[in-house]
Design a protein around this ligand. Structure first.
Ligand code: ZN
Length: 109
């Protein structure tokens, strides 16, 4: 069971309280970008075994979007933080490093 905590209202609940929104920290490529960049934005998603960063929405609560850092093997949640954050917070990255030394996910490590 996946237990998430909304970083806005502090409610902790099962994943059914929330709605998944796919991969976090996607870089959007708009007008003027190459076909490869736009194709990558639309279709190139990672599906790692281990550390992963996802978007979630507190669907049955405040309705706000946030990011969650979690492990896809153990379902451990390393932390949640506001969706407007462009990079995982240092305390969450440190927590991941303590559990999974040498981890990386896209450009983050
Ligand atoms: Zn909330």
């Amino acid at each position: 069971m996946l237990i998430l905590e909304c970083p806005y209202c502090g409610v902790k609940g099962e994943e059914t309280e929330f709605a998944g929104g796919g991969e976090a920290h996607l870089k959007r490529f708009g007008p003027g970008s190459s076909d490869d960049e736009f194709h990558g934005y639309l279709f190139s998603k990672v599906n790692p075994k281990g550390v992963h960063f996802e978007r979630w929405r507190h669907a049955h609560g405040c309705g706000k979007w946030f990011h969650a850092a979690r492990d896809t093997i153990t379902l451990e949640v390393y932390g949640t933080y506001p969706a407007q954050t462009t990079e995982p917070p240092k305390d969450i990255k440190d927590k991941i490093s303590a559990k999974r030394p040498g981890w990386s996910w896209r450009e983050f490590a």
